[in-house]
Design a protein around this ligand. Structure first.
Ligand SMILES: Cc1cc2nc3c(=O)[nH]c(=O)nc-3n(C[C@H](O)[C@H](O)[C@H](O)COP(=O)(O)O)c2cc1C
Length: 326
């Protein structure tokens, strides 16, 4: 069980916000495979507060995907609060504040991970958002901006102040902003943080690629939950496997080719609801690269799938790689 304020999940994991990936199609598949909560990709608060943006179906939560969280990014507390309220009104069940993004353009605008350098501003944003909505409010952090003493002190101050204010949860990617995605994830620091701030719900993130490792991380770190990101791209089966392993059952075998084909097709049809077919094929390529890793001849499958330029060609390539080749 995982408590995020008044939102209670029956298993201790979720699908992370993944900009450019975690759209409705990916979120819906995650739910089908047993993820109890998913997120939108990060939205710029300035845009999310705009009624025109919220009328775009790609930004709206769908009736059949609750609970679903929205994540927002910004440096201005009033705009963040306005966006949070607009997203709650649009139907999102939880608001997550992004204080972790390491993208240089975001840092230059003093947003995302930059705010780990400014605990006061960060907490002001949290306070304004907290006042503006009734749903759970969580924060996404990294373990600091860099490895300096000052940065570590700022990190501890943020966790401590968030804990004093009974934040609904903190998700912490166990790397610094400066590290981006390189170097080891500091699970020891995450475990130490949980140990020190025991009453605060802390969710770990970083390099969670298979059910056994994820279950081990949860057990050793004693964190309340984990947030799965890259490990779920082109692999929604990770949730099924994790549910089994957490129940003490063996992880299911790799899905057979027929099942892979069915899921790839289902994911693609989900994307076609929001894109015209040729654009859908182009957008789906990054998922196909990941899906093809589960094929017995991954390079050959990837080449055939990526050669497709139209919806008809893609459906034929899926048929050829996954069905006719059996
Ligand atoms: C393509 C991509 C997009 C991401 N988008 C977001 C995002 O919108 N918001 C966020 O908080 N983190 C984002 N992340 C970070 C992940 O949520 C996660 O914290 C990080 O990838 C580490 O987890 P992993 O090693 O399991 O992927 C993104 C990561 C990737 C690779």
């Amino acid at each position: 069980m995982l408590e995020l304020g008044n939102l209670i999940l029956n298993v201790p994991f979720m699908q992370a916000p993944l900009s450019g990936y975690s759209d409705y199609a990916m979120r819906r598949l995650a739910l089908d495979f047993g993820a109890p909560l998913t997120f939108s990709g990060v939205m710029l608060a300035k845009s999310a507060a705009h009624p025109k943006v919220l009328r775009n179906p790609a930004f709206m939560p769908h009736d059949d995907e609750h609970p679903v969280g929205a994540q927002i990014l910004g440096a201005d507390a009033a705009t963040m609060a306005k966006a949070a309220k607009a997203l709650q009104d649009a139907g999102y069940d939880l608001i997550d504040l992004n204080f972790a993004c390491p993208v240089p353009k975001v840092l230059r605008r003093r947003r995302g991970g930059y705010l780990l350098n400014e605990p006061e501003t960060l907490m002001q944003i949290y306070d304004r958002v907290r006042e503006a909505v009734t749903c759970p409010v969580t924060m996404k952090l990294r373990t600091g901006f860099d490895h300096s003493r000052r940065s570590y002190d700022n990190f501890c101050r943020i966790v401590s102040e968030a804990s004093e204010r009974n934040v609904d949860a903190l998700t912490i990617h166990g790397r610094t902003v400066e590290q981006k995605f390189t170097g080891d994830v500091d699970w020891d620091l995450l475990a130490k943080t949980k140990n020190r701030f025991g009453k605060t719900t802390i969710i770990g993130s970083g390099d969670l690629f298979d059910p056994q490792t994820i279950a081990m991380r949860l057990k050793v770190s004693k964190l309340d939950g984990v947030s799965i990101a890259r490990g779920a791209v082109g692999n929604p089966w990770i949730y099924e496997g994790l549910n089994a392993v957490l129940k003490g059952e063996p992880a299911p075998a790799r899905p057979d080719l027929a099942e892979q084909a069915e899921v790839i097709g289902r994911h693609f049809e989900g994307i076609c609801r929001h894109y015209e077919p040729t654009a859908a094929v182009r957008y789906f390529r990054k998922f196909l690269i990941r899906y093809s890793r589960l094929h017995p001849t991954p390079k050959k499958a990837q080449k055939a799938l990526l050669a497709a330029k139209s919806k008809t060609q893609l459906l034929a390539a899926i048929e050829e790689c996954y069905v006719s080749s059996r």
